[in-house]
Each structure stands twice: as C-alpha cells, then as structure tokens.
Design a protein around this ligand. Structure first.
Ligand code: ADP
Ligand code: MG
Length: 390
C-alpha cells in the first residue's frame, strides 16, 4: 500500500492526540480470484491480499478511556476500554469496538485505555474488504499495545465475529483470512472445511485489474438466502443419493452432479452446479499455477464467470459487460465477478506490461455500453496483516 498512508496517519495522530502512536499495524484488503460462494459449502477459494490496506495506530492512556478516530473523516468516538458500548450514528466504529470486545473476551478487561486512529486507501464498499482490513489492523495493534499475541487464524476469526455481531454483517471468514494470510507474489488457497490457508506462488509478470461497476442490485438479501437454501437442499439430496458421506457440496464431484442433475429439483440442481464446479476449478487452478500455466488459469476465471451467469445467476448486466469486454482485450487471460455478485466488482488477470492499455480499453468499452466508465485499478498480491511499528 501507499507508504504515504502510514505517514499521514502518524501526523494526523500527533496533531489530534498531541503525541506519537506507540504501535502501528497495517492490514490489506483482498480480491477473490477463483471459488465463488464456496465458503459456506465448506469448499475452496483462491484469493489474494492486495496492495491497498488500512493502517491502525494506537498509544496507551493512563485512564480507562478508549478513543477511536476515523482518520479520513476525523470523527472520534469515546467509550470505556474495559466495556465498550455501541456508538449510535457512528457505524464505522462497530468494526473497531467489536474487535476490542473480542480482545477483552479473550484476554480479560485491560487495565488501561488507549487513543487510536486509522486511515486506509481501500475504497469503502467496493468489494475489496475495507471492513476486514480495518478489523485485522485494529486487532493486531490493540493486542500489541496490551502486550498480548494471538495466532493469525484467531485474528481472522475475531475480526469475523466483530463484523457478525457488532456490524451485523453475516460475512464468512474469507475476507479476514485473506488479509491475515496474504503473501507478496502469492495467492491464498483457503479450505473452509479444515480452515487451512496456504500460500500459492503467483507469477510476477501478471497482475489483477479490479473493475468496480458501482452497480448494486436490489433484493440482494433475498437472492442470497435463496442461493444458500438451494445449496443446502442439494447437499441433502446428494447425501441420500450417493454412497459416500456428504456433509456439504464440497463432498460432491462434478461427475456426480452430471449423473444426478435430473433426479433432483431443478433449481437446486442448477444452483449447486456453481459451488461444485468452483471447487474443481480452484483445485485445477492450483495445479496450473504450479506449472506456470497462466493462460489456462485465466480460462478457469472465464468459466467461473460463465457458471455464475448461467447457474448461480449472481452476475448482472454490468459485470457481464466488464467480463465480455475484458475477453476482447489483448493481454487479458481471464476475468470474472469477484465476491458476492449482483453488482460490485469484477477482476481480470492481465499481463503486467499490457495492464495500462487493458485498463483503459475495458473502461472505455464499459462506458460505451453502460453510459459511464467503470473504475479500474491494478492490484498486486501483497503481504498479510502485521505490526509495522515498532
Ligand atoms: P467492503 O468491506 O467491501 O469495503 P463493507 O460494507 O463490508 O465493504 O465495509 C465498509 C464499511 O467499513 C464502511 O462503511 C465503514 O463503516 C467501515 N470502514 C472500513 N474502512 C474504513 C475507513 N478507512 N474509514 C472509515 N470507515 C471504514
Ligand atoms: Mg466487507
């Protein structure tokens, strides 16, 4: 991420609190590369921590007060460090205070309060997980300042819990795990059954272009619930139909889906094709990267999008335009929607030397078809969340 963010944060911190922070942590956002809607089916995802992130700075106080400031808007909340309370009208503070509550539940109430401030360069709400970056940065910095440590997986889970319970967002673990386990020039391979997260080497002559359509389609919650119910129904069908144990769609192969698709209810058959196919694409994708076959990996991304469009129906016209236009651009190996779908961002895999011209071509083709350009930015695979000072 831009090193300017950390120095801006430190000077804003000094200006507001009259002293320097004693701890600064930094946590990246993430992009989902392959494996869509597989997390709640106990499947696999390939994602990457990106070179945009959030810095979180803290200094201890002598009293028990916790002050937290969002550095871009310079809004501050004040509460008790030992028993933080929700701050009406300041929903951004839920992400931080939820993490503080998580630390207190694990390590006991702290004997001192703190002043904190955060600043980042992830566009908020664009599908790059500014929320997870904020949580992971907050947990690492607040843990360090009270002299405790927790393993990376626990940082991710604590962030997820804060988001579920304080911000009221029913997210899975992907965003936080990607932020914590990211590595420069690597993707993160997540297994949501075993909760293992492994780095997978990624070539350095390609990068990702993330294209934010700014589209947000209505009824997303209802559509999301329908998808989840179909996946559960399909898993129950396969558990009864197959002669091996099936706990989730992760246990069903594509060939088994093909053999049984006509025996089950039509909608469950159609929806379940997506996570089942995605799991196989992630596993093939890991093999292809091991062989350095970026072209075939890119084709899997196009297949993934096609599966979203046809089976899961979580794409939308704007995302389809990005993917279709990207497929015509020289140097683009693959493209697909990234994240929940129904709007938001698409990600394209592009040869590094072609990135600039590809970004311009996609954006202007999008403008021709959709009326205004989509926002395209180049992203690199970066290191995961860590304390950067001291
Ligand atoms: P995403 O995680 O895709 O960016 P979310 O809706 O999950 O989108 O999270 C965005 C929310 O997280 C913001 O609305 C805000 O409440 C909070 N947030 C994250 N980073 C910051 C930041 N740097 N400054 C203020 N609020 C932030
Ligand atoms: Mg989020």
């Amino acid at each position: 991420m831009n090193p300017q963010v950390q120095s801006d944060l430190e000077s804003k911190f000094r200006a507001l609190y009259g002293r320097a922070p004693t701890v600064v942590a930094r946590a990246p956002g993430r992009v989902e590369v392959l494996g869509n809607h597989t997390d709640y089916n106990e499947g696999y995802v390939l994602s990457a921590a990106i070179d945009l992130g959030t810095c979180f700075a803290v200094a201890p106080r002598e009293d028990g007060v916790a002050r937290v400031t969002a550095g871009d808007v310079m809004r501050t909340v004040e509460t008790s460090a030992a028993a933080p309370e929700k701050q009406p009208g300041e929903s951004w503070s839920d992400y931080v205070l939820g993490c503080l509550a998580g630390l207190n539940a694990r390590f006991g109430a702290p004997d001192r309060g703190f002043d904190a401030m955060f600043l980042g360069d992830i566009p908020l709400g664009s599908g790059l997980s500014s929320s997870a970056a904020l949580e992971c940065g907050a947990i690492l910095a607040l843990a360090k300042v009270r002299g405790v440590e927790l393993p990376p997986l626990d940082v991710a889970r604590m962030g997820q819990k804060a988001e579920n319970e304080w911000a009221g967002v029913k997210c899975g673990l992907l965003d936080q795990a990607s932020s914590v386990f990211g590595r420069e020039n690597h993707l993160v391979m997540s297994d949501f059954r075993t909760c293992e997260f492994k780095p997978v080497a990624f070539p350095d002559d390609v990068l990702f272009l993330v294209c934010n359509t700014h589209a947000r389609h209505a009824l997303v919650d209802g559509a999301y619930n329908e998808r989840r119910e179909c996946c559960e129904r399909a898993a129950r069908f396969f558990a009864a139909a197959l002669d091996h144990p099936v706990r989730a769609l992760r246990d069903v192969s594509w060939n088994e889906w093909l053999a049984h698709r006509d025996d089950m209810d039509e909608l469950a058959a159609k929806r379940s094709a997506h996570p089942i196919g995605e799991d196989e694409r992630v596993l093939s994708g890991v093999e292809l990267l091991r062989d350095g076959d970026v072209e075939s990996f890119g084709r899997l991304m196009f297949e993934s999008h096609e599966s979203s469009r046809e089976y899961f129906e979580n794409s939308c016209p704007e995302l389809d335009v990005v993917v279709e236009e990207a497929s015509k651009v020289p140097g683009v190996f693959g493209a697909r929607l990234s994240g929940g779908g129904f709007g938001g961002s698409a990600v394209a895999l592009v040869r590094r030397r072609d990135a600039e011209t590809a970004a311009a071509a996609i954006s202007s083709a999008y403008a021709r078809k959709c009326g205004s350009p989509c926002e395209v930015r180049a992203l690199l695979c970066s290191d995961g969340a860590r304390v950067v000072f001291p």
